[in-house]
Write a protein that binds this ligand. Sequence first.
Ligand code: ATP
Length: 254
Amino acid sequence: MTTTTLRTATAARVVDAVKVYGVGDTEVRALDGVSVDFPAGRFTAIMGPSGSGKSTLMHCAAGLDTLTSGSALIGDTDLSTLDDRRLTLLRRERVGFVFQAFNLLPTLTVAENITLPLDLAGTAPDRARLDTLIDTVGLRDRLHHRPAQLSGGQQQRVAVARAFAGTPDVVFADEPTGNLDSRSGEEVLRLLGDTVRRTGRTVVMVTHDPVAAAHADEVVFLADGRLVDRMPSPTAERVLDRMKAFDGRGGGRS
Ligand SMILES: Nc1ncnc2c1ncn2[C@@H]1O[C@H](COP(=O)(O)OP(=O)(O)OP(=O)(O)O)[C@@H](O)[C@H]1O
């Protein structure tokens, strides 16, 4: 008889992550020994008070910034072992990004923006998969428009399609609804959640908003550069209650 061990794969993780900015009097320990894994096929939100280290964690986990000590891994690849060129390639081929400010190229059409990561990598797009992606984000009738001709919500949907176009191991989203009204924000969050659940992709999202965090499968909470809690199957009410516990309690470590 054989025994099968089921182990959830990890899309990205940091281990004993420390990030120190500045020196001497101006030193800030933005991450103070964080170990956290982001399971493959799941939507994880990172929350915590302002200045708790959310963006720093995301930037270091995604290879946009380097840790002072500890390790950051995408799949089994330790980012600290890569030189600049290989790190750039890894970000291009294995990581997708969605930023608050959309970051689309204004001179390219919607279609060209979506396939940009593939074009940069010199990879021919899988037409059928791209078609499904375009339908999922609801942009078929806008493919030849420029970003300036789209609403904020539509622009962010283009950014989401672009982030997933290259079949990345993980998509990092930094406050993806920060510039959107609540209805457009809701659409973008549903899109992220649906894409994870339908296609087994992985999303890690930094947000301030308990309603946004409730779209995730799990919320991880940071305070003062440390991981202080994890909440599976979050609701907006429970996330809000957890956030309130941070107020006036010196970071609310539990
Ligand atoms: N480039 C930098 N130089 C110096 N200090 C920095 C730098 N970037 C961030 N910090 C500091 O590191 C700490 C964590 O910042 P970070 O932006 O990661 O927090 P955050 O939780 O994302 O905050 P917010 O919710 O306000 O965006 C803060 O004290 C911040 O001032």
